[in-house]
Design a protein around this ligand. Structure first.
Ligand code: MLT
Length: 267
């Protein structure tokens, strides 16, 4: 697998296809294989770039904390290392969406468009922060097992959990491969993330908000509300999909993404 040496770690990534650069950023606690159904299909219409974020999958952990800004800078460093000078479309799922927003905050001129999947622009509420602190303590005491067991029943649509054991197993295997130290650093980074609502409200980037109708982690109505405040944003709710909508309904997800990116100019 291709690897590139960035500031303080070696990052592993996939790169497929050619043309408009389309960067996919995975969520928590996952790795680049979240996007396998996308790199297989969408490489026909764009240049797909899919990193394992630091500490996830086959990327080394490095020393830096997992703030959304550190992850965002890693993504820009990867793009630079690949010699890509044109603006990129960034598709982030959940925590990956928080990172996409951080990229828009840090270097908006390098962003051609945003695809915000199963994510939210708000910071954690006080209750949300307290719940993450509890998860950090649990992981410190008992490892990643209880965190994963707590997330699994909510990470897909209820119907898919009940009827698609292979998919549940696939997701469980990805989560089980993420080291406990990474899980703790991700949680610490997400607690500290700022609210990005105002940033998006003044954004002039083409934006697609895509969400599972049965998302049990980020309620659909939050995504819909976000789409109302971003100028010109498109909103798509996929039926029979939960938080990992791109795995649950890959054909519908890929169709929506390919239609969106065809509307973005690339010379
Ligand atoms: C994710 O899927 O990346 C996380 O559920 C995001 C979060 O916990 O806020």
């Amino acid at each position: 697998m291709p690897t590139v040496h960035l500031s303080d770690f070696a990052l592993t990534y996939e790169q497929r296809g050619s043309g408009l650069p389309l960067l996919f950023i995975h969520g928590y606690p996952l790795h680049r294989f979240l996007w396998e159904p996308q790199w297989n299909s969408l490489s026909a219409v764009a240049q797909i770039i899919v990193p394992d974020l630091r500490g996830h999958g086959e990327s080394e952990p490095g020393e830096a904390p997992h703030s959304m800004e550190v992850f965002a800078k890693d993504c820009f460093d990867l793009i630079t290392a690949l010699g890509i000078t044109s603006p990129v479309v960034v598709c982030g799922l959940s925590m990956g969406g928080y990172i996409a927003m951080a990229m828009q905050r840090i270097e908006p001129q390098r962003i051609a468009g945003l695809i915000l999947a199963a994510t939210r622009s708000s910071a954690d509420s006080p209750e949300g922060k307290a719940s993450r602190e509890k998860s950090i303590h649990l992981a410190q005491e008992k490892g990643s097992g209880p965190i994963i067991e707590g997330m699994l029943p909510r990470i897909l649509a209820p119907r898919n959990i009940a009827t698609r054991p292979d998919l549940v197993n696939h997701v469980k295997q990805i989560m089980a491969s993420i080291p406990t130290t990474t899980i703790i650093k991700d949680l610490q980074g997400m607690i500290e993330r700022p609210d990005s609502t105002k940033l998006l409200a003044i954004s002039s980037k083409p934006t697609l908000i895509i969400h599972g109708a049965d998302d049990q982690i980020v309620p659909l109505k939050e995504a819909h509300a976000l789409s109302q405040i971003i100028p010109g944003a498109q909103f798509i709710a996929l039926p029979e999909a939960g938080h990992l909508l791109n795995l649950e309904q890959p054909d519908q997800f890929n169709l929506a993404v390919s239609q969106f990116i065809k509307s973005i100019p690339y010379e």
